[in-house]
Write a protein of this length. Structure first.
Length: 334
């Protein structure tokens, strides 16, 4: 089978053996996968003389089920999430804990974004917001825009910000979202809509390691407000302002409980529902529910498609941070 990988800071297609089925796993024939620029471009940059598989969010058809698999059957269309099991590959061998059935009214291309959706949902869960609270989402790339959409669907009051006006414009006007590309305008909105108290939480989805936005975010929150680090940004916060507001600094790790846990992922042993309500797999299913019930609309993320064999060239366009192309959906040739 063919897979897309990075090495020597370039993207290539390689040939490898088709996976063989294992107990508690499903073998998925990939229909579409989504490129996540923030994560994947970083991996390309550090690949150098080693080969790194790319991708972590895909959708496909179950071709074979391993022993002990009861929730899925051959022919099911499933969304799946999480490297190293999921990537830009013609076939995927995925633990059942990282899969969810795609509802009939959800397009497979929409389901290909389920991994990004799970990460967005988990970030909002980390913030532990209450109904009607106000959140600022900083950085409107693919993940930031997904978070803004889901936050609005959850009836949070959403203020969004990106220094690139092109990206801010993409979500401006959506129900429940006001977006800005200048700090002065955003800060004026925060002051007005919170009566100068400050927002309940800021979700930092920007990248670039060090940024003045980290310290500035403390100025935007209320007393005992929260800052959640979602993007690749260094947690450099001035103690004086943290102390003055008794601020909470949190960090969101991937798609939820279970991520990087060998029992949950590699052994495909789910956490008890009553003790861990929202695992990464259940967050994938929740994203699909939001799309199925039209609570969020993700068509704006599906505007750019590329055939699998042209996949390596797709990364060039995504290097442009001003571009309104936030991702590319890879289509697999059958």
């Amino acid at each position: 089978m063919k897979s897309i990988v990075a090495s020597h800071q370039k993207v290539h297609i390689i040939e490898s053996a088709k996976p063989t089925i294992e107990p508690s796993y499903v073998l998925v024939k990939t229909l579409h996968s989504a490129i996540s620029p923030g994560t994947e471009l970083s991996l390309v940059g550090i690949s150098k003389d080693r080969e790194i598989s790319l991708g972590y969010s895909a959708v496909g058809i179950v071709e074979e089920c391993g022993e002990n698999v009861e929730a899925f059957q051959i022919g099911d269309i499933v969304a799946c999430y999480g490297a190293p099991y999921v990537g830009h590959s013609e076939f995927l061998l995925v633990p059942t804990t990282l899969c969810a059935k795609v509802p009939a009214n959800v397009e497979p291309k929409e389901a290909a974004l389920a991994g990004i959706g799970a990460i967005a949902i988990h970030a909002l869960r980390v913030a532990k917001l209450g109904f009607g609270e106000t959140v600022v989402v900083v950085g409107l790339g693919l993940l930031g825009q997904m978070i803004a959409k889901i936050a609005a669907a959850a009836a949070y009051d959403v203020i969004a910000f990106d220094v690139q006006s092109e990206r801010a414009a993409m979500v401006n006007g959506e129900a429940g979202i006001r977006s800005f590309s200048t700090l002065s305008e955003m800060e004026a909105e925060i002051k007005e809509c919170t009566q100068s108290y400050g927002v309940d939480a800021v979700l930092l989805c920007a990248g670039g390691k060090r940024s003045s936005l980290t310290s500035q975010s403390l100025e935007w929150i209320r007393n005992q407000g929260k800052v959640v680090i979602v993007g690749d940004i260094e947690p450099e916060f001035p103690r004086e302002l943290m102390f003055a507001k008794e601020a909470q600094i949190l960090i969101s790790r991937a798609g939820g409980p279970g991520r990087y846990d060998p029992v949950y992922e590699k052994q495909a042993i789910d956490f008890p529902y009553g003790y861990v309500r929202w695992t990464e797999g259940r967050n994938v299913a929740e994203y699909l529910r939001l799309v199925s019930e039209k609570r969020i609309h993700v068509q704006s993320f599906l505007m750019d498609e590329v055939d699998f064999n042209d996949g390596p060239t797709a990364y060039d366009d995504l290097m442009n941070k001003k571009s309104v192309t936030l991702t590319k959906i890879i289509n697999y040739i059958r």
